[in-house]
Design a protein around this ligand. Structure first.
Ligand SMILES: Nc1ncnc2c1ncn2[C@@H]1O[C@H](COP(=O)(O)OP(=O)(O)OP(=O)(O)O)[C@@H](O)[C@H]1O
Length: 587
């Protein structure tokens, strides 16, 4: 019971914001219309039930005129039913797509806010496969919530409408057993209730493991898909290493989980279906068994018996809502749990800096210096990695950071960029400063080359001629005429070309602070030198901080800072030596 209450509370938390959002009028209007139509359909069911009595009575009495009248009444009822059923589905689907659109935007907004998507990965307890949660789970949540909610509403209203009818019929057709009439008020209602309670209890007993199994199935399917996508993304590496055999094995292992869990679902569903199908078939006969003695004793008419059977099956059907909807309910609960996990993970990642000891990022006000104060950058598990104190990067300075591999240079850059919260101390960054980080492997969205270069700015932020000139300046003359060409640029270009394209991006954006994390390491030394000179020429006032291992980089920087090892931790020294001055312009 507590579980059900907790699930309903989560459903409420996920569902209600849409009906309070800017789209609330459309959402509430559509929901209201769909509910009204659902209720109208129940009303038609009640009218059809009463019609059955009249229809069968006309048949029994061989009354042709009454028969024809009833046929016309049925045509009217059926036409209304069809119109309502069509528009109920149409408006329901309309509501689904609007609700899904809002929910998707909402989740995308939260997931892509302030590097939350990145922190979710760092935390390790992140919700697995957020892509699946934002696509399939949102779609299924909206669809199933409406289906189950409306189904439940319809069952409740049907129950109340038909219980009244059935109560009256119970009195009109008393329980006739062993030649005597037993006067049990509303005995047909009690019969339906006992039958439904018995069915619901057994269904839950047999079907409850399905909730967990469905949850696991979604996870295994998503894992399998994710690993297939990774193979596609890294197909060149896999082909070069001849790793197809290993990949096939790994993928089949993952798929093995999908299959194993599916067999468990099949076996559980088989048992559940065997029970629910028997239950439903028995329900067809059960009311006739109850009232047949009264009919054969000529206490009631054929019309009464048919109406009773139909009313009984409506009441029993409404009471058995959980029996018939059990599989959907099990799937729905798994979806709700997955969306809840996603929301929790987003919320805790977004609040990470507030809840745990975290690196504080502060604005320096009028100063244009970046300062690291009592900074200790940790790994996600809390182990200290890099320390720096009273370390300042002056405006327009060119600093080269060196240090052994794995000493934490890139992680320090992440902390300065504000996406790495683990650690203590303060990083002061000038207010409204424009920082840009260029990694060794820049990211380019799939699409037009122009969009890829200017990312994350809008495509028309820079004039085409300027983008073209910049590409020529960084040595990508062959790409300059292909700005409108669509492509997967990370896959199509060599790493060196990608690094040139990354620098073109930096030149266009002209940040105040440019952090180059081995951003030219794949270029030959003369090309690297040319690009550093280009940066000095085009961004004379920018502060540039580079991470690099090559000594040829020294001449392009005014200060060289080495990471020094101090026990377990690396320390960024603030006693950086002046870097060598460039003596030659060759290259
Ligand atoms: N997300 C993460 N989770 C756990 N450990 C991490 C994570 N990111 C980095 N590390 C660890 O932090 C350490 C420092 O990594 P970092 O990339 O900052 O080193 P680096 O000095 O830039 O190395 P390199 O010169 O090889 O690029 C490494 O031991 C790495 O395994």
């Amino acid at each position: 019971m507590n579980n059900i209450r907790a699930t309903l509370a989560i459903v409420w938390r996920i569902a209600v914001p849409y009906f309070r959002s800017e789209d609330k009028w459309a959402g509430c209007g559509l929901l209201g219309a769909v509910i009204a139509m659902e209720l109208a359909l129940v009303a038609i069911d009640v009218l059809v039930n009463q019609w059955q009595n009249r229809f069968y009575s006309a048949l029994q009495a061989s009354d042709w005129d009454a028969f024809v009248t009833q046929i016309w009444i049925f045509v009217g009822l059926a036409s209304t039913y069809i119109a309502l059923a069509v528009y109920k589905l149409y408006l329901n689907q309309w509501l689904q797509i609007r609700w899904r659109q809002w929910l998707t935007r909402h989740y995308l907004g939260e997931w892509l806010e302030n590097a939350t998507h990145y922190r979710m990965q760092l935390k390790g307890d992140a919700a697995d496969n957020p892509d699946q949660r934002i696509t399939e789970d949102v779609k299924n949540f909206v669809e199933q919530t409406l289906t189950i909610g409306l189904g439940l509403l319809s069952s409740i209203v049907t129950l109340f409408s038909f219980v009244i009818i059935l109560w009256g019929l119970s009195n009109a057709a008393p329980l006739h057993l062993f030649g005597t009439d037993l006067m049990i008020p509303g005995y047909l209602c009690w019969g339906a209730l006992i039958y439904a309670i018995f069915g619901t209890a057994l269904t839950h007993w047999i079907g409850s493991p399905l909730v967990n199994l469905n949850f696991e199935q979604q996870r295994y399917e998503a894992d399998f898909r994710f690993n297939l996508v990774r193979v596609r993304e890294n197909s060149e590496q896999i082909a070069l290493l001849k790793g197809e055999g290993a990949e096939r094995g790994r993928l089949l292992d993952r798929f093995g989980f999908v299959i194993g869990n599916w067999y468990a679902i099949m076996s559980r569903t088989k048992r559940l279906t065997a029970f629910t199908a028997s239950y439903q078939q028995a329900a067809v006969i059960f009311p006739y068994v109850l009232v047949a003695p009264a009919f054969f004793a000529k206490k009631i008419q054929l019309g009464d018996m048919m109406q009773t059977a139909s009313a009984f099956s409506s009441v029993q059907g409404a009471l058995s809502f959980f029996v018939t909807a059990y599989r959907s309910l099990a799937e729905w609960r798994a979806i709700v749990a997955r969306l809840d996990g996603f929301e929790m993970s987003v919320a805790s990642s977004a609040n990470l800096p507030a809840h745990e000891p975290a690196i504080a990022l502060a604005a320096t006000g009028s100063s244009r210096t970046i300062a690291l104060e009592q900074l200790c950058v940790n790994l996600p598990n809390g182990a200290p990695l890099v320390a720096a104190d009273a370390f300042a990067i002056q405006p327009s300075e060119r600093v080269l950071v060196t240090g052994p591999s794995g000493s934490g240079k890139s992680t320090l850059f992440r902390a300065i960029a504000g996406i790495w919260p683990f650690g203590t101390g303060t990083i002061l960054v000038p207010e409204k400063a424009r920082l840009m980080m260029l990694p060794q492997r820049p990211y380019f969205p799939v699409g037009a080359l122009r969009d890829a270069v200017v990312y994350p700015a809008k495509p028309d932020t820079f004039e085409a001629a300027r983008v073209r000139d910049t590409l020529i300046a960084v040595g990508l003359t062959n790409l300059a005429g292909r700005l409108d060409e669509d492509g997967h640029w990370n896959r199509m270009l060599s790493l060196g070309e990608q690094q040139r394209l990354g620098l073109a991006r930096a030149l266009l954006h002209a940040p105040d602070y440019l952090f180059l994390d081995e951003a030219t390491a794949s270029l030959d030394e003369p090309s690297e030198a040319r690009l550093y000179r280009l940066l000095a020429e085009k961004l004379p006032h920018a502060t540039i901080v580079s991470i690099g291992h090559r000594s040829t980089l020294d001449v392009f920087h005014t200060r060289k800072v080495a990471m020094r090892q101090d026990g377990e931790i690396h320390v960024l020294g603030n006693d950086g030596a002046p870097a060598e001055k460039e003596t030659s312009t060759a290259g």
